[in-house]
Design a protein. Structure first.
Length: 169
């Protein structure tokens, strides 16, 4: 379901993460197609990864943040699919969004990469409709994680990586 490696770490750069990447002990990566069920797949992947890393107590908060980051990436960071491409195109296309979980000393980092160059926006609470069903994703990320940020991809690649960090014991 996932792979070991550090594809996003090379793109993020040490100065952009609140963790010492020399203490990296594990990574798990999952490519996600632009479909609604990808959010559930990301949560399932997160559950099995945290269980394998013996961090199941972090699941509730991490799963909520992963759900929000993946939902935002799919909603705002990918182009809508068009019917003209059909099933063959979908299976040959690279994943629209990539989730990577990284375990460092006393930290867990969730990073979501998408192909959009647009920056994530944390709207003002004053502007939000209390009855709205969306628009609070990054507020939830901010509330449930110990920090988050983003950065454009480098090396001639389009897109960005949005990350959230969690303290572990």
């Amino acid at each position: 379901m996932g792979t070991n490696g550090t594809p996003m770490l090379d793109l993020l750069g040490r100065q952009f993460l609140p963790a010492d990447l020399r203490t990296l002990s594990s990574t798990a990566t999952l490519g996600l197609p632009p479909r609604p069920e990808s959010v559930r797949q990301a949560r399932d992947f997160t559950r099995s990864t945290l269980h394998g890393w013996r961090l199941p107590e972090l699941f509730d908060g991490v799963a909520l943040v992963v759900s929000e980051l993946v939902t935002n990436a799919l909603r705002h960071g990918t182009r809508p699919r068009t019917a003209e491409f059909g099933t063959d195109f979908e299976s040959a296309a690279p994943p629209a969004v990539e989730l990577e979980l990284m375990r460092c000393a006393r930290r867990l980092i969730c990073a979501v990469q998408d192909p959009s160059d647009a920056s994530p926006r944390l709207g003002r609470m004053d502007d939000m409709d209390a009855s709205a069903e969306s628009g609070r994703g990054l507020y939830l990320v901010e509330c449930f994680s110990d920090g988050w940020g983003w950065r454009p991809l480098t090396g001639g690649r389009n897109g960005k990586v949005v990350w959230a960090v969690f303290q572990t014991s």
